[in-house]
Write a protein that binds this ligand. Structure first.
Ligand SMILES: NC(=O)c1ccc[n+]([C@@H]2O[C@H](COP(=O)([O-])OP(=O)(O)OC[C@H]3O[C@@H](n4cnc5c(N)ncnc54)[C@H](OP(=O)(O)O)[C@@H]3O)[C@@H](O)[C@H]2O)c1
Length: 243
């Protein structure tokens, strides 16, 4: 990608305070974009990313519809336009089907599917022609493990929202694509796996290591930039060849 490919572009990244989202905020701001990012709870981490990148942090729980709307309103007040949306924030759920509670099911679907859907809806209304939407899914939709029923279903919904949105928004030159990471070294991964399990993933991965947040952020930056103008409705697997 050319230097400063995103100068003059206004972007919203959800879950930008840690992990993959933080790497995306770093990369988009380095490319010249003006970025507003959301987070749920960790204000210390969010402040650090804002100070480092010049991006603006907004505390908003994606599981609460009013807060999704407020995130977009605050971003609009600050940026005055919207060119790029990265639906990155998500939570994991690891429970066998027999033990999934209604509360767990509702929360995971609310954060991973309804929240990004409402963000997509805001983008459909507000985004400038020629915009870019990137949804972060997971390899789990293609290769689920036991315990991942609700998580896999929530991300499968997100993938379908993206495919339909690509058809609805194409006439305005807006592209909508999905990036599906494999296991990527973040708090989310370390919180849900053992060292042994992570080593097993490394063994199975053709490129021979865990993903790094930057591996995913670089693919997102490509899809958000001018060189990806002819790609829409696609799902790029940023997983070192695992799936
Ligand atoms: N890491 C992996 O191996 C992997 C693999 C495939 C796909 N993914 C996907 O990649 C995305 C990022 O994952 P990650 O590993 O970077 O996760 P992470 O390290 O846990 O970071 C999650 C980010 O999302 C924010 N967030 C969480 N719940 C939120 C909510 N209800 N409302 C608003 N923001 C919320 C967090 O903010 P707070 O800190 O303030 O809560 C944080 O900024 C997720 O969608 C995940 O499903 C990850």
């Amino acid at each position: 990608m050319n230097e400063k490919a995103l100068t003059g572009k206004a972007a919203i990244v959800t879950g930008g305070s840690r992990g993959i989202g933080r790497a995306i905020v770093r990369r988009l701001t380095a490319e010249g974009a003006d970025v507003v990012f959301g987070y749920r709870a960790d204000a210390v981490a969010a402040k650090a990313v804002a100070a480092e990148t010049g991006a603006h942090a907004v505390r908003a729980d994606l599981g609460e519809p009013d807060e999704v709307e407020r995130l977009f309103a605050e971003a609009d007040a600050r940026l005055g336009r919207l060119d790029i949306l990265v639906n990155n924030a998500g939570i994991i759920a690891d429970a066998p089907i027999g033990e999934v509670t209604a509360e767990l099911y509702d929360r995971v679907l609310a954060v991973n599917a309804r929240g990004p859907f409402l963000a997509l809806q805001q983008a459909a209304r507000r985004m400038a022609d020629g915009g870019r939407i990137v949804n972060i899914s997971t390899m789990t939709t293609a290769w689920p493990s036991g315990g991942e029923s609700v998580y896999a279903a929530s991300k499968a919904a997100l993938e379908q929202f993206g495919r339909v949105a690509s058809r609805e928004l194409g006439a305005r030159g807006i592209t909508v694509n999905t990036v599906s990471p494999g296991p990527t070294d973040t708090d989310l991964l370390r919180g849900g796996t053992t060292e042994e399990a992570r080593q097993g993933v490394v063994y199975l991965t053709p490129l021979g290591r865990l993903g790094r947040p930057e591996d995913v952020a670089d693919v997102v930056a490509f899809l958000a930039g001018p060189d990806a103008r002819w790609l829409t409705g696609q799902n790029l697997r940023a997983d070192g060849g695992l799936v």
